[in-house]
Design a binder for this molecule. Structure first.
Ligand code: NAD
Length: 397
């Protein structure tokens, strides 16, 4: 089949298997170029490993540190007529390349919130790896079925306390617009915390501990976001911010427990980047295109693999003490939040109009990054060629 991008709103409903494989290869090349990570992890569990920050984490562990990796994700295989999701193709490529390089890689495709998937993963760790010395929690999910109560919670992106109005962008039409979001109800806040807060991370950690699967010195890391003033109304002071507050509070509790294993539980605050999840958040894509233009002009822009490669080398495995801020967080958003960067972003936000949009915002870069998430627009890929869309993840076949 010849696969073309089909964009609907903020997602692309097709993915290119060869392009996704190339995207994975580019990330592997980046990590290999930086050389081996000294004292890096050897047995790694990545929860949310198929796209975005989780995919880059799995790649950095495997090709930077020679780690055996178990990845958990929620993706769709191809049914022969429709392509698989990008995360499925990414994971297929990752496993094939890992196996070719003599690296253990096994994947679980299902609901990470469920007890069933957790039990399957525990069994695989026990049988194949013995224990894990690193856990990366990188889920971004729209809903969660609670494993005990069966309650279905949905994550919503809303301000808390009062409605919020600001500039936003309709990416498809490349039109600026003003968007108003009503305040979340208490139930919406609760449900968003249920989905994106720390409870599930804690359940994973409980099960690993109960089954004696945490190795001495293990690191257990979840990803968060803080962001600047401009996005506070909808992000950090909004429903998702409440969930991140909960995730961060969970990290403090888990850190106490991980210290029993001479390990740590930590939050890494990452940079805003185009991923399948972030492109769905109102206002964030507009902030992102302004930010990206400034960071590119200053030559300090990073993508997910650059961020995670830096996380491993400069923070997690840099020495005996992991550098953190006053709140105990690893700050990979240091460049994004640099005052000289934010000053220009703020000024540009204020003077932004439809007329100067293309000049101030990195619209082309956004479009390119967005398509690349689905395997399109990668150098070296022949998009006119007939490709097999029924590529399988070897450990799931
Ligand atoms: P993403 O959408 O690229 O990846 C999400 C992953 O979660 C995928 O592997 C997906 O398959 C998996 N997933 C979703 N629901 C699942 C389920 N029920 N069961 C199993 N797997 C499931 O997201 P991302 O942007 O890389 O976000 C990962 C984390 O990083 C999130 O906590 C996010 O808040 C955080 N973060 C993101 C940004 C950003 O700008 N993208 C910035 C800072 C922090």
């Amino acid at each position: 089949m010849i696969v073309q991008p089909k964009i609907r709103g903020f997602i692309c409903t097709t993915a290119h298997p060869v392009g996704c494989a190339q995207h994975v290869q580019n990330q592997i090349d980046h990590v290999k170029k930086s050389g081996p990570i000294e004292n890096g992890p050897k047995k790694v569990l990545v929860i949310g490993s198929s796209t975005g920050y989780g995919l880059s984490s799995r790649i950095t562990a495997a090709w930077g540190s020679g780690a055996s990796t178990i990845g958990v994700f929620f993706e769709k295989a191809s049914d022969g007529r429709r392509t698989a999701t990008a995360g499925y193709y990414n994971s297929a490529a990752l496993e094939l390349k890992a196996h070719a390089d003599g690296l253990y890689a096994k994947s679980f495709n299902g609901d990470a919130f469920s007890t069933e998937i957790k039990e399957q993963v525990m069994k695989a760790i026990k049988e194949d790896l013995g224990q894990v010395d690193q856990v990366i929690y990188s889920l971004a999910a729209p809903r969660r079925v609670h494993p005990d109560t069966g309650k279905i919670s949905k994550s919503v992106l809303r301000p808390v306390g009062q409605e919020y109005t600001n500039k936003s962008i309709n990416m498809e039409a490349q039109q600026l617009e003003e968007v108003t979001l009503p305040p979340a109800t208490d139930e919406e806040i609760t449900q968003t915390v249920d989905v994106m807060g720390g409870e599930d991370w804690q359940i994973w950690t409980d099960m690993l501990e109960k089954n004696n699967l945490i190795a001495d010195g293990a690191l257990n890391v979840a990803y968060s976001y803080i962001g600047p003033e401009i996005t506070k109304g909808v992000y950090r002071n909004g429903t998702i911010g409440k969930a991140k507050d909960h995730l961060e509070a969970t990290a403090r509790q888990l850190d106490e427990r991980m210290r029993k294993f001479n390990g740590r539980a930590l939050i890494s605050v990452n940079k805003a980047l185009v991923t399948q999840s972030s492109s769905a958040i109102p206002f964030i894509p507009l902030y992102f295109v302004l930010l990206s233009q400034v960071m590119k002009d200053k030559n300090i822009d990073e993508d997910t693999i650059m961020q995670i490669d830096r996380l491993y080398r400069k923070f997690l495995y840099a020495g005996d003490v992991i550098p953190v801020d006053d709140n105990g967080f690893i700050r990979l958003d240091d460049l994004e939040l640099r005052p000289d960067v934010q000053e220009i972003v703020n000024a540009n936000w204020d003077r932004l109009t439809q007329e100067n949009l293309a000049e101030l915002a990195d619209l082309d870069g956004y479009h390119k990054d967005f398509l690349q998430l689905f395997g399109f627009g990668l150098k070296g890929v022949d998009y006119d060629a007939d490709v097999d869309i029924e590529v399988k993840v070897p450990s799931l076949a």
